[in-house]
Design a protein around this ligand. Structure first.
Ligand SMILES: NC(=O)c1ccc[n+]([C@@H]2O[C@H](COP(=O)([O-])OP(=O)(O)OC[C@H]3O[C@@H](n4cnc5c(N)ncnc54)[C@H](OP(=O)(O)O)[C@@H]3O)[C@@H](O)[C@H]2O)c1
Length: 251
C-alpha cells in the first residue's frame, strides 16, 4: 500500500507518516523543507520518496499530481496548511491569498485529480485535514483560516455522499481536530488558551477512525466533540461572540 502525505515535514503530517509507515505503507512525502523530509524519511522502515514542493499555487498542486500520477496511490492525505491570526485589517491580503491557495485550492485540485484515478479503479482513500474551525459558522480574528477549513469540510462531505450514492469503494474523510501541539501556533502567531492534544495522538486517531470508516467527519477529543455538539443549539450571533472571545484570549 502507498500513501501520499502533503505537509509531512512537521506536526500532524509528520506523525501520520510515522504511523502509516508502522502500518506498512510505503510513502511519498511532500512539502518545502527538504532537510526535515529527508530526516523523517531516513527514520522510517518502509520505502519513502521525498518531493520538495511549494503547494501554495495551482501549478504546485498540479505538478505534484503529475510527479506521482503513475504510482498507485491508495491513500492521499491532504494535510499541508496554515493559519493566520489577527483582525481583517491586520492580516495582509497576499498572506491570506497564499492561505487560500494552500488550504483550499491545493486540497481541491489534489482531491479532484486523485479522485478521478481512484474512482476509475474503484479503490482508494482521501483524508482531508480540515479543522474543528471548519465546523463552526465563522471564526472572528482568524476569519480566513476558518473559512478555508469550512470549504474543506463542506466539499469533503458533499463528495462523500456522491461516492456513497454511486456505490463507490472510494472514501473521503474530513479530519477536524481542535488545538494540536505543532508548529501551527508559531506560524499563525497565536497561543492556545485551551489544552491541546499531541500531534501523535491526533494522527493515530485520524488514521484509526478512517480505517474503521464509520464517520466522514473525524473529531478527536471529548471536549471538542462536546463543544461542537452544543454549538448547534446556539444562535449564530451568540456563537460568533463566543468564538471571538476564545480567539481574543489567544493573543
Ligand atoms: N495544530 C492545530 O491546532 C491544528 C488544528 C486543526 C487543524 N490543523 C491543520 O492541520 C494541518 C497540519 O498542520 P500542523 O498543525 O501539523 O502544523 P505544522 O506543524 O505547521 O505543519 C504544517 C505542514 O504544512 C506544510 N506546508 C506549509 N506551507 C506549505 C506549502 N506552501 N507547500 C507545501 N507544504 C506546506 C509544512 O511543511 P513545509 O514548511 O516543509 O512546507 C508542514 O509540514 C493544517 O492543515 C492545519 O490547518 C491544525
Amino acid at each position: 500500500m502507498k500513501a501520499l502525505i502533503t505537509g509531512a515535514s512537521s506536526g500532524i503530517g509528520r506523525e501520520i507518516a510515522i504511523y502509516l509507515s508502522e502500518l506498512g505503507f510505503d510513502l511519498i512525502l511532500a512539502s518545502r523543507n527538504k532537510e526535515e523530509l529527508e530526516k523523517l524519511g531516513e527514520s522510517l522502515k518502509t520505502k519513502v520518496k521525498i518531493i520538495v514542493i511549494d503547494l501554495a499555487s495551482e501549478k504546485g498542486a498540479k505538478d505534484l499530481y503529475m510527479l506521482v500520477k503513475n504510482e498507485e496511490i491508495d491513500l492521499l492525505v491532504n494535510n499541508a496548511g496554515f493559519g493566520l491570526y489577527g483582525d481583517y485589517r491586520s492580516v495582509s491580503l497576499p498572506a491570506e491569498l497564499e492561505m487560500i491557495e494552500l488550504n483550499v485550492k491545493a486540497v481541491h485540485i489534489l482531491t479532484r485529480m486523485f479522485l478521478k484515478d481512484m474512482t476509475s479503479r474503484n479503490n482508494g482513500y482521501i483524508l482531508n485535514v480540515a479543522s474543528s474551525a471548519g465546523l463552526l459558522r465563522g471564526g472572528p480574528l482568524m476569519s480566513t483560516y476558518y473559512a478555508t477549513k469550512s470549504y474543506v469540510t463542506s466539499y469533503t462531505l458533499a463528495i462523500s455522499e456522491e461516492l456513497r450514492r454511486n456505490k463507490s469503494k472510494v472514501k473521503v474523510f474530513a479530519f477536524c481536530p481542535g488545538p494540536v501541539d505543532t508548529n501551527f501556533n508559531k506560524v499563525a502567531g497565536v497561543k492556545f488558551n485551551i489544552s491541546s492534544i499531541s500531534a501523535r495522538k491526533a494522527a493515530r486517531y485520524a488514521i484509526d477512525s478512517m480505517i474503521k470508516g464509520k464517520k466522514v467527519v473525524i473529531v478527536p477529543g471529548f471536549k471538542i466533540k462536546m463543544g461542537l455538539f452544543f454549538s448547534r443549539f446556539v444562535s449564530i450571533k451568540k456563537m460568533l461572540k463566543i468564538t471571538y472571545n476564545i480567539q481574543r484570549r489567544k493573543k
